[in-house]
Design a protein around this ligand. Structure first.
Ligand SMILES: [Zn+2]
Ligand SMILES: [Zn+2]
Length: 173
C-alpha cells in the first residue's frame, strides 16, 4: 500500500486508512510476535496543516535487560498529532504559539504525510526505557550466569541468607 499521502490528495471528509501491511517496519529492526494493526485518519486543517489521528496495536519482541530472555511487549496506543509544512510564515506563527499547543506538531519540509514514519515514531515512543520481562525477574547469576528465574544455582545458595554478601559482591564489581 502507498504510505506517502500528498496533502492535496486528502478528501474534504478526511482520508481513513486501515494498515495491516507492516512493510513500513523492518522485521529485524523490531521483531513482532503478533502482526501490526494500525488505523490512521488524516483531516486537513487549512492548506499546510493536517490533523492525524490513529491507533496502533501489536506485540513487540524485546530482550530482557536482566535475564536476556525474549519476551512479548504489547503495544496498544491511540495517538493524535498535527503535521505542518514548514514555511517562513509557519515558523513565525509557531514561535508565537509554542506555549499554547496541546498536540505534538511535526513539521514537514514537503506537503506529504508518510504514514510509515508516523507509525514508526509512535511505536518507538511506546517502547520502555528499561526492558524487563517481569517485575519479579530475578535476572542472571552474577557468578555463573544461570537464569535465576528457572533454577537456583549453587552460588545463590551460598549468599541467599545474607543480603550483605550480595551487596559486597556488587561493590567489588
Ligand atoms: Zn527477565
Ligand atoms: Zn550462580
Amino acid at each position: 500500500m502507498k504510505m506517502q499521502v500528498l496533502f492535496s490528495d486528502i478528501a474534504k471528509s478526511g482520508n481513513h486508512y486501515e494498515i495491516l501491511d507492516d512493510s513500513w517496519l523492518d522485521a529485524k529492526e523490531l521483531p513482532r510476535i503478533s502482526p501490526v494493526e494500525a488505523r490512521i485518519s488524516l483531516v486537513c486543517q487549512g492548506e499546510s496543516k493536517v490533523a492525524v489521528q490513529g491507533s496502533l496495536k501489536t506485540v513487540i519482541e524485546l530482550v530482557c535487560d536482566r535475564c536476556v530472555n525474549k519476551f512479548g511487549y504489547p503495544v496498544d496506543v491511540n495517538f493524535q498529532l498535527i503535521v505542518e509544512v514548514a514555511s517562513d510564515e509557519n515558523w513565525q506563527v509557531k514561535e508565537l504559539e509554542c506555549t499554547t499547543t496541546d498536540l505534538d506538531t511535526v513539521v514537514l519540509a514537503e506537503p506529504v504525510v508518510d504514514l510509515g514514519d508516523i507509525l514508526r515514531q509512535q511505536l518507538y515512543l511506546m517502547l520502555p526505557e528499561k526492558k524487563i520481562c517481569a517485575k519479579r525477574c530475578k535476572g542472571l547469576c552474577a557468578h555463573c550466569g544461570a537464569d535465576l528465574n528457572n533454577d537456583a544455582c549453587c552460588c545463590v545458595a551460598d549468599v541467599k541468607d545474607s543480603p550483605f554478601a550480595v551487596l559486597a559482591q556488587l561493590n567489588k564489581e
